[in-house]
Design a binder for this molecule. Structure first.
Ligand code: ADP
Ligand code: MG
Length: 152
């Protein structure tokens, strides 16, 4: 499925729409270049989960955890190389929270469980393209709901 957002607020709305439909143990992989909007999208998920703290990029810390209606585990693997998988991410996957991973590329083969993949492309200063796909039957309902998504 393909969507375009024309400003930051629309990306947050899209994140919120999906965030409202997530359950404990769900995993989202966010790919796209620096500045594409991965963290902005995650802010929308945070809104849906009633997270009060400001969600910002975990690029330098690799991991941040937020308390909300469901806990959010926010990873950013930008600074990790291919063979630096010594991180105990498996403890978080399928756990009691929602796991969001920025720069998941080198981890896809490890992440054998089900996930939603969101591929973001910067079209111009304010326009972004979102391609959303999923692996695993448990996300079929969200994928169906996304057909009805609009920015109103
Ligand atoms: P990433 O986490 O992918 O590196 P960020 O979400 O941190 O990206 O940054 C995205 C930047 O692009 C922000 O400065 C944001 O204001 C800007 N931006 C402009 N238009 C959009 C849009 N449509 N969606 C998301 N971000 C946008
Ligand atoms: Mg980011």
């Amino acid at each position: 499925m393909e969507y375009y957002t024309n400003k930051e607020e629309e990306t947050i709305k899209l994140g919120k729409f999906i965030g409202k439909r997530l359950n404990k143990g769900d995993t989202l992989l966010l790919s796209g270049d620096l500045g594409a909007g991965k963290t902005t999208f995650t802010k929308g998920i945070g809104n849906a989960l009633n997270i009060k703290r400001i969600i910002n990029s975990p690029t330098f810390t690799i991991f941040k955890s937020y308390n909300g209606d469901i806990n959010l585990y926010h990873f950013d693997f930008y600074r990790l190389g291919d063979n630096q998988y010594d991180f105990m991410i498996e403890e978080y996957l399928d756990n009691d929270g929602i796991t969001v991973i920025e720069w998941p590329s080198c981890y896809k083969e490890i992440i054998k469980n089900e996930y939603i993949l969101i591929e973001i492309t910067r079209i111009d200063d304010n326009k972004r393209k979102f391609v959303i796909s999923s692996k695993g039957k448990k996300y079929d309902k969200i994928m169906g709901d996304l057909n009805e998504f609009n920015f109103r």
